[in-house]
Design a protein around this ligand. Sequence first.
Ligand SMILES: [Zn+2]
Length: 254
Amino acid sequence: MAFDNNIELYGMVLSSKPVGEFDLRVTLLTKEKGKISAFARGARRPKSSMMAGSRPFSYGKYTIFMGKNSNVISAIEIENYFENISKDISATYYGFYFLELADYYSKENIEAKEMLQLLYQSLRALMNQKIPNRLVRCIYELKILVSNGEYPEVFSCINCGKEKELSSISITKGGTLCPECEGKFHDTIKIDVSTVYTMQYVISSDIKKLYTFLVSENVLCEFEKILRQYYSMYIDKSFKSLEIITTLEYNTKD
Ligand SMILES: [Zn+2]
């Protein structure tokens, strides 16, 4: 009986860890099979053809031998290394945070076309100097919640259903409130109508059109505040790369 256990998957390297003397254990986010781990044999040998394509951010076609106990990468055809990200320290840490978050949300054996596309477009946005990385982070954080299916309701008042004049948001209740209802909740954050529109746009827009707008500093601060509180309430994981971003982005400005 002849059979071939090699499969071709499109994906991006989320992380790679040294194993043994010369190997790497690579975790990929793939379009077809979601998260998958595979060994890159000999990838740490000098001049290994596997080395470059095993680095985080590498994107392309991976041929993987699906073994009984472990998977082994048999060929790599890279389309984009995102090498420019590593030239900018701030973009690098945002990029690593995006990979960590994708790793947190992705699952094995569930296709991840949308999440992969989101990750790809968000890394491209980090390399676009016209869009602040803080905004790219907010958009990515909100859209990854959307692709996971649980995100704040910002199209109507979560108490009465009214769709106009949404003036605040409750993180514990997970959505926006109108002026009549906001007094009934204790943890509300006042938000500008532009912040509501921004969040509505991110939630409903096509991934390809996500990074096509800028916001005022005020809207960006509100957007950040909402997501920081939402993440600290609903996500029980601390991300290593985030600590560095906080140091780079915020502490230096005081
Ligand atoms: Zn209401």
